[in-house]
Design a protein around this ligand. Structure first.
Ligand SMILES: [Zn+2]
Length: 231
């Protein structure tokens, strides 16, 4: 199945539903699947916009915070599925595979971080110099499953989804940090790293230690060159 950026929402979401083999899906999971798992050329913000459009167009429906495909398209997928099942009787139809196929990096990140913590006390002490203790403690309480990060050229960006949806971006090349939680925005002039950044640093620690070191050293030694902006 081939999806391009110009694909109409009606075709796009029908294909997504077919690929994922789902009936309904929470919005944040759908954003995560499209932006990061299926490797489609959509940033989370674009996906959210696309979902909102599809909701207005009646292509998607929302019930109890779960997104469903409109009944006509769903029926046609089920028909196709049914016909295929008839043709290939032994074929296992991966209808509910979404739950099982969830990326496991989050769990392994936690585990690896614990192991590496012992070896990398230096990094932790640098983080303590860059973030305040209160933010670190609060940051530890945020479930890692709420983070959907992606590494970019000399940086990291992504979304955090709990009751709200937040964006974040650390761009080392241009020395810009973008984020949009109220605490971050409130303290923009102080260049304050809110609780949300702790897990982002922890993720980098596992995924790209060199990048993390470069970011932390730069924040520590030349914070005046960094811009903190509302995303
Ligand atoms: Zn924040």
């Amino acid at each position: 199945m081939d999806l391009t950026i110009s694909e109409k929402n009606s075709i796009f979401f029908k294909q997504i539903w077919k690929i994922l083999g789902i009936t309904g899906i929470p919005i944040n999971d759908l954003v995560y699947e499209i932006s990061y798992k299926l490797n489609l050329p959509y940033r989370p913000a674009t996906v959210i916009k696309k979902i909102q459009e599809a909701l207005t167009q009646g292509i998607l429906k929302e019930k109890d915070k779960i997104l469903f495909l409109n009944q006509d398209d769903m029926n046609s997928i089920l028909d196709e599925q049914h016909n295929m099942e008839k043709k290939v009787s032994n074929m296992q139809v991966p209808w509910n595979r979404f739950e099982e196929s969830y990326d496991t990096w989050m769990n392994s990140t936690e585990r690896k971080t614990e192991i590496r913590d012992k070896k990398s006390l230096k990094i932790n002490s640098v983080i303590k110099k860059v973030m305040n203790e209160d933010a670190i403690e609060k940051g530890k309480e945020i479930p890692i499953s709420q983070y959907h990060p992606i590494l970019i050229e000399k940086g990291i960006e992504g979304i955090i989804h709990n009751k709200n949806m937040y964006n974040f971006k650390i761009d080392l090349q241009n020395k810009i940090i973008l984020h949009n939680c109220s605490e971050f925005i409130h303290h923009l002039s102080e260049k304050y790293l809110c609780k949300h950044f702790f897990r982002i640093f922890m993720y980098l620690k596992v995924k790209d230690m060199d990048l993390l070191k470069d970011i932390l050293i730069s924040l520590l030694e030349e914070k005046n060159r960094w811009q903190f902006k509302k995303n």
